[in-house]
Design a protein around this ligand. Structure first.
Ligand SMILES: Cc1cc2nc3c(=O)[nH]c(=O)nc-3n(C[C@H](O)[C@H](O)[C@H](O)COP(=O)(O)OP(=O)(O)OC[C@H]3O[C@@H](n4cnc5c(N)ncnc54)[C@H](O)[C@@H]3O)c2cc1C
Length: 418
């Protein structure tokens, strides 16, 4: 079958690879000159199969009110008269109940756990290197309240059989030795030892090369203008450089996915939530993290990527803009130097990206009401983590095979929009 994958971010590249493996003739189209140059470029580097939660959680509306007035706030809201923004926020708030949280978290964990297996298989068959480490994620609590609040996550991890360890401050220092210098700031931690870390940009580029060797065609520098649908069936796509025929199209355009499917009556509740990162060269390895440390106070992830520290986080709801705000940089600098001052901040690279967020935290993977038109998008905070499993699921669905995990509640139909 001729399959076009729209988007060469981590989700598009992994999808293209799995589709080629399934025997399809695959073309990837992206407006950028290479893979992973938008949101997949400099994310926080966590491959957090266990530390995987929807942002919409009980208590979040109250916390959000407080965050709006905090100096180093994890949430920044710039309201606009934008129907998509308002509708997304209402849907997100409606997911902040215990019941919805449990369902959403369980779905995310299912997909993330499948991604753990899929990524290991992919690594074994390709041998690609991407500054990967397998030393877990440590969620770090600075207050008793944070520690108590983690009980609901512990419950979900236990229910889903995901390995975890609740640590006291000494345990945190054992997991991350550089924390011994700031031991007095720590109340405890939650370690998910099966989690990994790695550079998403390096991985995407290496995998795109493997996919090209398998026969995948990459059309870079090509803006997709529209998806050609006739008689309820997909026929191809129209790009700035002409039309390409297809039997199936997989939309993996990150935050931009809703814009291309909307003309076909598909209302995809994916909205951009901006995040920021700093990449800092390490000058003192003894004061750098070994893996990922998630600073619960600022909701910031600090990750070791080879000889660099990547610190990323914050959620800014301000529409489709990549502006870099100096206060956000100061927040990242504050969090990283407070715990791991082993990098040269003066040489840090500052970046922002648009997380393609769904209101329930789970990506949208599966068919649409248009025959041959599939979605693999909305991976929000954890697209790097969930990409390998998502790619296998979409390759199976496009090929008419039953996915290895239950994927029925991952499709857009869960919003009642088919
Ligand atoms: C600060 C930050 C930290 C993060 N940290 C982590 C983390 O630690 N772990 C984790 O798992 N995830 C993390 N994420 C989330 C993760 O980066 C995203 O979920 C993931 O990159 C989304 O990948 P994607 O392929 O869907 O989107 P993208 O990478 O944005 O890819 C979409 C592609 O579509 C192309 N495109 C869009 N419109 C068009 C068009 N009209 N024509 C042609 N091409 C088009 C773009 O050029 C782009 O290449 C983080 C995100 C941010 C912002």
């Amino acid at each position: 079958m001729k399959v076009i994958v729209l988007g060469a971010g981590i989700v598009g590249v992994t999808s293209a690879y799995e589709l080629a493996k399934a025997g399809h003739e695959v073309t990837v189209v992206d407006r950028q000159p290479g893979p992973a140059l938008e949101t997949s470029f400099a994310n926080a580097g966590e491959v957090s199969f266990g530390y995987c939660s929807p942002w919409a959680a009980p208590g979040i509306p109250m916390k959000a009110m407080k965050w709006l007035f905090m100096e180093h706030a994890p949430l920044i809201l710039r309201p606009k008269i934008d129907a998509a923004m308002i509708s997304w926020m209402i849907k997100m708030l409606s997911n902040c109940t215990s019941g919805r949280y449990a369902i959403n978290k369980s779905r995310m964990l299912r997909l993330a756990d499948y991604s753990r297996v899929s990524l290991a298989a992919l690594r074994a068959e390709t041998g690609i290197a991407y500054d990967e480490r397998m030393q877990g994620t440590l969620q770090l609590f600075r207050t008793e309240k944070q520690l108590e609040a983690s009980a609901k996550d512990v419950k979900a991890l236990a229910a889903d059989g995901i390995p975890y360890e609740v640590l006291d401050p000494e345990g945190c220092v054992r997991a991350e030795p550089a924390l011994k210098h700031v031991r007095e700031k720590i109340v405890g931690g939650l370690l998910t030892p099966k989690d990994e870390t790695g550079d998403c940009f390096k991985f995407s580029n290496a995998l795109a090369l493997k996919a090209a060797e398998m026969g995948v065609t990459f059309r870079y520098g090509s803006i997709v203008r529209s998806i050609d649908v006739q008689g309820g069936k997909v026929r191809g796509v129209v790009t700035a450089h002409g039309r390409i025929d297809a039997d199936a199209v997989v939309v993996a355009l990150g935050s931009f996915s809703p814009l291309l499917v909307r003309p076909h009556g598909i209302r995809l509740p994916v909205y951009p939530v901006k995040g920021y990162s700093l990449t800092i060269p390490i000058v003192d390895a003894a004061r750098a993290p070994e893996s990922t440390v998630m600073d619960e106070t600022y909701k910031i992830a600090i990750t070791r990527l080879g000889d660099r520290i990547r610190v990323g986080g914050m959620a800014e709801i301000s529409g489709y803009t990549n502006d870099l705000g100096e206060p956000r940089r100061l927040t990242l600098e504050h969090s990283v130097t407070d715990l791991f001052p082993g990098g040269d901040i003066s040489k840090a690279a500052f970046w922002s990206g648009l997380r393609p967020m769904t209101p329930d935290g789970t990506p949208v993977i599966g068919p649409t009401k248009v025959q041959g038109l599939f979605l693999n998008t909305g991976h929000g905070t954890l697209g790097w983590t969930m990409s390998s499993g998502s790619a296998r699921v979409i390759a199976d669905l496009v090929s008419g095979r039953k996915p290895e995990i239950d994927a029925t509640d991952l499709a857009i139909a869960r919003y009642g929009a088919r």
